[in-house]
Design a binder for this molecule. Sequence first.
Ligand code: CUA
Length: 322
Amino acid sequence: MLAGCSGKQSTLNPHSHASTDLANLFWVMMAVALGGLALVTGLLVVAWIRRGKRGFGSDPDDPHPGERAGWWVVIGMGVVFPIAVVVALFIVSDGLIVNVTSAPAASSTAMTIDAIGHQWYWEFRYPGTKAVTADEMHIPVGARINLVATTADVIHSFWVPTLNRKIDTIPGQQNRILIYAKNAGVYRGTCAEYCGLQHAHMSMLVFAQPKAQFRAWLRKEAAPAASPTASLERQGEQVFLNGACSSCHAIRGTSAAGYVGPDLTHLASRTTLAGDTIPNTPSYLSRWIVDSQHYKPGNEMPDLQLSGAQLHALVAYLESLR
Ligand code: CUA
């Protein structure tokens, strides 16, 4: 439980105004709940200590001693007090928090990013540019971003706990949420709606960068892949384009335009693979290509039956996609 209070994917480690309000709401709710627990426990202890004794306000002439005082305790502590507490908490959460965490006015944001849920990865698009990436979203720090959440298949939920609440992706619907990072850094997010076998392996990283750095990233990400120059990489490109890879993946600047798996145009610039399941290193990348079902059983990627030489060339090519 305590491990959930810190780190890059904790609601209690807020890095935006919205998530700070959510964290404060948690602490207020927790304090009130603990106060209620202490009160009830205290009353139980008092009742236990006084067991066998006559009730409050006992009167020798009253045949049912303490009954009237007891009723006031029941009505006051059992009805009036809980209603007042719940109404107060409702006002705090609904009136103050929901405003902060609701969709931003379109005019108040600096840019829009589309987040598209897939079984099982996140696709990120930057409208107005050709940039498409997967599982790793870059944003400028200190900028209000209008995040539009949609889905390519089933219901998912986009959730970066350090930045804001979760937002569901519903078929046929666009849901919006404000994404804002006060500090530069890497924040982890995850799919928060059960969406099939690999729901747990549908995470993402958000890189909040200084504006100039972000713009440089976006420019590079929007560009098509550079043609490989080394002969091994060129062989790998042929394996990719002539084999099964290109029917499911796109690499902008080549004839590969599949849309089953992630866009791989700048694959090598990502730090992780497979929904933040494994690091993006040549060795993990080859193991993923050979046996992706070992890491994410049920994912759409088939066994491509590549020879050792083909795999070697393919990995060299994909590693060149910076
Ligand atoms: Cu997508 Cu759970």
